[in-house]
Design a protein around this ligand. Structure first.
Ligand code: HDE
Length: 808
């Protein structure tokens, strides 16, 4: 094992720790045995793999005699359970996930433990449990002879392989999941009897799946898109699925239009392009003919549609729901998830580049945060209002294209959700999880939102074809922790083995069981009054307030900071520039004129549209005056978060001859804040430093380009700086960091690199705005510079240096 026996210095420990927390590249050598689980796992995997430098039984796969007596496969016993586990976070136990299965044991307790498989120390078998003597060769008549049809082992293996895929989700196909828990701050007996809110500190296990909407299962994470934010609460009164998005409104008002919307946004059917993008003719053709989408378009063209991380975006239930207390009294409610880390997004140029270098950017970020113990956390908030209040609002609370401004109804924090465990197996958990809006529990109910009504049908229906039948609720990730008893029977893939001969109710042959729960325990729909009005009767139409398509679109735009408004205008410009039919562009600008003349003009100028087209005719000439014309809460920048660096990625560039001690000082300080600080070299591997030590680069300028990092540290040391200057990647790295408004710290001699990259420093207004995005320090002052650097990174970006178009 080529591992150093030298006692590691603290700074090197930080480097090794940082290296052990990455999923996409690693150091050339492991530097030291450390006590943290991630480093231990990395070291044990390395030991285990190194102990098997080749496949020793390979020669024995040949020849007739060997074929008659296949050898036992080679193996290396793992030093512990660590190197063979899917995750480190499996140690976090909960009612739903159970514990980590003991080595080599199929645990039979708790919902997921029952099916968790650990092959440690076990032989290969068929699906029938028959030990497989030879997994290298098909059965043949003689070594060169024809393969035999009787080879049930090969046929079972291929048949199973042939059916490994299931249909992907029609929308939200690309997703990433995590386990965690919800903890209620307080009991809410006045509002709801729903199980998760029955006591302060009550913990309910959850599984969350984040997703993009448009792209296929293998598409990029950083597309401009809405993100799904679906939470399954395994409550002790059954499963509750809050299937929301990271934006609080939607494109359409009625489920009838959903297939049209999805057909319009998906790749165009004749040539199946573009993948995971709304920037094409059919989408803009559709939405510009559906002016109710204007509000949602504002959100989708904002930076909300390109989040930095799943851990830094809000979530919303979108529709108005009801909460019901034990007395059967109900109120309306809107659900909000607010990330503890704050709301942070990418910028468009960065998102485009990331999609090439790391299409798994968000999936990797979520996985790495959880494995590192930096658990994503969100606060659940409720906007609660009565039917009487709702009647008075200028908008209709059944219209999913409208928000209830926080200034009108404040958000009440009621609990927190922590995601602390990665799935063991992506397919079994994240792919097979089935969210359904129909899954609610006593204490909750629906409103009459016509979009929600369609969803209540659609989700169960889609799971039946996606998961192969009506028993998808028995798949372990979908199975409630609450008991399930009813008289539904049979169907594809049934797991439950029901005792007895009774499958009907009422019965006496089974002592009347299972019996109906009754109103005290069971789910009772709110007997919502339907007001007797003159125009009552079956009808296909919308309420009048639904026809106000622009007031809240204007509210959103007016509530953004100037930087955010610019980004929205630029996004419209980009998307519409990809449209090939000028009339579609013009129609969209005509629609925007009804929301914001400023925005419409900006977009038109960017697209060479002159003169401005007439505004689209409005469906409602005289909408009710809004209660609120500005809502600061709608700005992304309103939620900077707790200022923590947890989960952020910082690059420290290295080359032979850099000043090691100063760089290590900064790295140590940044790692201590929970960030992942990686040494990025012209190549990976160990490099001597100017001060007589060595640094080990675990990433290279080639495999981890600059836009994958949240901030940059450039090293001191003439020789090292000269080496970096020779590598064109360095300049691209610096330019991207500058263009994307990230914090850059240049130590000592490296200020030369900034000049060589051609940064227009005099045009950077960040300092004038009081932010510290660009820092210079002597190597001797590295500790103080690190503190300033950390403060700069916590601000996320320094938009004072943004230019449109960028100067470089
Ligand atoms: Fe969905 N949606 N949706 N949707 N949706 C699906 O269910 C549908 C809508 C959302 O991580 C599908 O299992 C209809 C709004 C999320 O597995 C499907 C309508 C919101 C996810 C479906 C809507 C969402 C889905 C596809 C209009 C935000 C991913 C596969 C009436 C509140 C859940 C599947 C996951 C997935 C139908 C509109 C969120 C086809 C008919 C509004 C987060 O059933």
């Amino acid at each position: 094992m080529p591992r150093s026996t030298k006692t590691p210095v603290p700074a090197k420990r930080a480097a090794a720790k940082a290296a052990a927390r990455n999923t996409d590249s690693g150091p050339s050598q492991l530097s030291a045995a450390l006590s943290d689980a991630a480093s231990n796992k990395m070291a044990q995997v390395q030991d285990m793999v190194a102990a098997m430098p080749d496949n020793p039984t390979k020669p024995l796969e040949h020849g007739f005699a060997n074929g008659l007596k296949p050898p036992q496969g080679a193996g290396v016993p793992p030093a512990s359970r660590l190197p063979t586990g899917s995750t480190l976070s499996e140690e976090n136990r909960s009612t739903k996930t159970g514990s980590a299965a003991a080595e080599g044991v199929n645990a039979t307790i708790d919902t997921l433990d029952r099916v968790r498989v650990d092959a440690g120390g076990r032989v290969l078998t068929t699906n029938q449990g028959v030990p497989v003597a030879d997994n290298q060769n098909s059965l043949k008549y003689g070594v060169r002879g024809p393969a035999l049809l009787e080879d049930f082992i090969l046929r079972e293996k291929l048949t199973h392989f042939d059916h490994e895929r299931i249909p992907e989700r029609i929308v939200h196909a690309r997703g990433s999941g995590a386990h965690g828990f919800f903890e209620s701050y307080e009991a809410l007996p006045d509002i709801t009897r729903a199980a998760p809110f029955q006591a302060a500190g009550k913990v309910t296990p959850v599984f969350v799946r984040f997703s993009t909407v448009q792209g296929e299962r293998g598409s990029k994470d950083t597309a401009r898109d809405v993100r799904g934010f679906a939470v399954k609460f395994y409550t002790d009164e059954g499963n509750w699925d809050l299937v929301g998005n990271n934006m609080p409104v939607f494109f359409i008002q009625d489920a009838m239009k959903f297939p049209d919307l999805v057909h319009a946004v998906k790749p165009e059917p004749h040539h199946q392009m573009p993948q995971a993008a709304s920037a094409h003719d059919t989408f803009w053709d559709f939405v510009s003919l559906m002016p109710e989408s204007t509000h949602m378009l504002m959100w989708v063209m904002s930076d909300r549609a390109i989040p930095r991380s799943f851990a830094t975006m809000q979530g919303f239930g979108v529709h108005t729901f009801r909460m019901v207390n034990a007395a059967g009294e109900s109120v309306f409610v809107k659900f909000h998830w607010t990330p503890k880390a704050g709301t942070h997004s990418l910028v468009w140029d960065e998102a485009v580049k990331i999609s090439g270098a790391d299409p798994d950017f968000h999936r990797r970020d979520l996985w790495e945060r959880i494995e590192a113990g930096h658990y994503p956390e969100y606060e659940l908030g409720l906007q609660v209002f009565t039917e009487e209040q709702a009647e008075q609002f200028s908008f209709d609370i059944l219209d999913a294209t409208k928000i209830v401004p926080e200034e009108l109804v404040p958000v009440r924090p009621v609990g927190r959700m922590v995601l602390n465990r990665n799935p063991d197996n992506f397919f079994a958990e994240t792919e097979q999880v089935a969210f359904c809006t129909a899954h609610i529990v006593p204490g909750l109910d629906f409103s009459n939102d016509p979009l929600l009504a369609g969803r209540i049908h659609s989700y169960v229906d889609t799971q039946i074809s996606r998961l192969g039948g009506p028993n998808f609720h028995e798949i372990p990730i979908n199975a409630p922790v609450a008991q399930v008893h009813n008289n539904q029977r049979d169907g594809m893939h049934r797991q439950a083995i029901h005792r007895g001969r009774v499958s009907y109710e009422p019965n006496s042959l089974s002592g009347g069981c299972p019996f109906q729960a009754g109103a005290v325990q069971g789910f009772v729909s709110v007997p919502a009054r339907i007001e007797a009005r003159e125009e009552q009767g079956k009808v296909r139409a919308k309420p009048e307030k639904f026809a106000d398509h622009y007031t809240q679109a204007r509210l959103f735009f007016e509530s953004q900071t100037p930087v955010e408004q610019d980004h929205i205008a630029n996004a419209f410009r980009f998307e519409l520039s990809k449209v090939t039919v000028p009339a579609i562009r013009e129609r969209t600008v005509a629609m925007l004129r009804n929301a914001s003349e400023v925005l419409a003009k900006k977009v038109a100028t960017g697209l060479g549209i002159d003169p401005l087209p007439d505004p689209l005719p409005r469906a409602l000439a005289d909408p009710a005056p809004p209660e609120v014309t500005k809502s600061p809460a709608l700005s992304l920048l309103a939620r900077p978060g707790d200022g923590s660096l947890k989960g952020r990625k910082v690059a420290l560039l290295v080359a032979p001859g850099v000043h090691g001690a100063s760089l290590s000082t900064v790295q140590e300080a940044v790692v201590a804040q929970g960030a992942v600080a990686r040494l990025v070299g012209t190549r990976i591997g160990r490099m001597p430093t100017a001060d007589g030590d060595a640094l080990d680069a675990d990433a290279s300028l080639e495999n981890e380009p600059g836009f994958l990092f949240d901030a940059l540290v450039l090293p001191d040391g003439d020789e090292g700086v000269a080496a970096l200057a020779q590598d064109g990647h360095t300049m691209e790295f610096i330019k991207d960091q500058f263009r994307h408004c990230k914090t850059i710290l240049a130590l000592g001699a490296s200020h030369r690199l900034l000049a060589q990259a051609g940064l227009p420093l005099s045009m950077d207004k960040s300092h004038a705005l009081g932010t510290t995005g660009l820092l210079f320090a002597d190597a001797g002052a590295a500790a103080a510079a690190a503190a300033e650097f950390i403060a700069g990174v916590a601000r996320h970006r320094h938009f004072g240096r943004e230019m449109d178009p960028p100067l470089l």
